[in-house]
Design a protein around this ligand. Structure first.
Ligand SMILES: Cc1ncc(COP(=O)(O)O)c(C=O)c1O
Length: 416
């Protein structure tokens, strides 16, 4: 195995680490939760000061005409470049949950005569709730079918076997939030298309970490969080992709901001072109504007380089876990083959929550815990070093040997 000193020295992305804020009071902190909340880009901190002090403080309502109005579309187009969309096919709007609901209802309405949504049990539980809500709104004949998996991997065959002439929509997370399983977007889209179903992807754990080409895959709809690998900030608005092929979709919650000319205040107004029609009301301008920095940095770094480093980091972590940590009760709960894995790795441990608390409070490592027994380690290539991988293994070993796990066994934090 190469030395981390050599790997970090020759890492073409190493200098991007300095684009992010690092707390000088915690020099040894290893942050492995960028798949939940990405770090703060330094340029966002500067942009926020300008947005608040100048654009809001000084320019007041004039700022709507000085750039605010186009922000959801402008930032949407930046994200569009990361996911293979044409200009105008992506906008920022709402949050991922609401965008998913809009996408699901739009898809069901575009499929008269078909009444089933197909998803799997690796999908984010809230996504399944949302899909059920969408089905319920459409009528009692609409159902959600859930493909059962082993919780770690999916299979194209099982998707194929569950597709039928009632399947209106296939909706999956491209990268599963727990195991990190990565679907081949193009293969699933092809299967769905061949059986007459539409596709709606949740890209929350893949955008900014994995190369995505929605146009080439002929995907129909997609949504995703901007606060994970895109580093948009806590609660930053989501994005929605609406394919403009065939002009199939309309926003089921249409409102003034998604019309052609909102400031006409015309209740007969036509929907705006492209994904713009999926905006409903006034966007959160400050947080929408701050999504731009993370997307720009990702584009500057290049998604292919990000993916290559992500594979190297996660592969190294998996190999070291298998070599040093199995005897302490850890087991890799993510796909071993990098072609089927996103940028996080989950470890099973019977006392995962206590291990996580011990890491956070005694070892300055921040992973996250997913009940009942998984720890997730997110490797964000823009600011994670190869040395962080080896140091995390060392610290996991230490908490397994020094009694730390028993010290944290009975602590039940609100956000683990
Ligand atoms: C895969 C996935 N989908 C959807 C969501 C929900 O996002 P939001 O709460 O912003 O609607 C999350 C949140 O973490 C997620 O991980």
């Amino acid at each position: 195995m190469s030395s981390t000193t050599d790997l970090d020295a020759s890492d073409p992305l190493a200098h991007f680490r300095e684009q992010f804020v690092h707390n000088l009071d915690e020099p040894g902190l290893i942050y492995l939760d960028g798949n939940s909340l990405g770090r703060l880009p330094k340029r966002s901190a500067l942009a926020a000061a300008n947005l608040i002090n100048d654009q809001w403080g000084n320019r007041l309502i004039r700022s709507w005409n000085e750039g605010w109005f186009e922000i959801p579309n402008r930032v949407g187009d930046l994200i569009g470049k990361l996911i293979g969309a044409h200009a105008g096919e992506v906008v920022l709007a709402d949050n991922t949950s609401v965008c998913l609901f809009k996408g699901a209802v739009a898809a069901l309405k575009a499929q008269p005569g078909r009444t089933e949504i197909l998803t799997d049990d690796m999908n984010f539980p809230s996504d399944i709730q949302i899909l059920r809500s969408a089905a319920e709104c459409m009528g009692p004949e609409y159902t959600v079918k859930i493909i059962r998996t082993d919780g770690i991997s999916g299979s194209l065959d099982s998707v194929r076997n569950h597709l039928g002439d009632q399947t209106a929509l296939v909706s999956l997370s491209q990268v599963a939030y727990k195991s990190g399983w990565l679907w081949d977007l193009s293969d699933v889209c092809k299967l769905a298309k061949n059986s007459g179903a539409l596709t709606l992807w949740d890209l929350s754990h893949s955008v900014g970490a994995v190369p995505i080409d929605l146009t080439a895959a002929e995907a129909d709809l997609a949504v995703g969080c901007t606060y994970k690998y895109l580093n948009g900030g806590p609660g930053a608005p989501a994005f929605i992709y609406v394919s403009q092929n065939n002009n199939l979709f309309s926003n089921p919650i249409s409102g003034w901001y998604g019309t052609e000319n909102p400031f006409q205040f015309d209740f007969e107004a036509q929907p705006a072109a492209g994904a713009g029609g999926f905006i409903t009301g006034t966007p959160p301008i400050l947080s929408s504007a701050l999504v731009a920095s993370g997307a720009e940095i990702t584009l500057e770094a290049g998604i292919e380089k990000i993916r290559a480093k992500s594979i190297a980091l996660t592969q190294r972590f998996i190999e070291l876990v298998n070599e040093h940590l199995v005897s302490y009760g850890f087991q890799v709960a993510s796909p071993l083959d990098s072609t089927n894995r996103g940028s996080h790795v989950s470890l099973f441990h019977p006392e995962a929550q206590a291990v996580g608390q011990a890491l956070i409070h005694e070892e300055s490592v921040i992973p996250d815990f997913r009940p009942p027994d998984l720890l997730r380690f997110g490797f964000t290539p823009l600011y994670t070093r190869y040395a962080d991988v080896d140091d995390t293994i060392e610290r996991l070993k230490r908490v397994s040997e020094n009694g730390a796990i028993s010290r944290w066994r009975h602590v039940n934090p609100l956000i683990p």
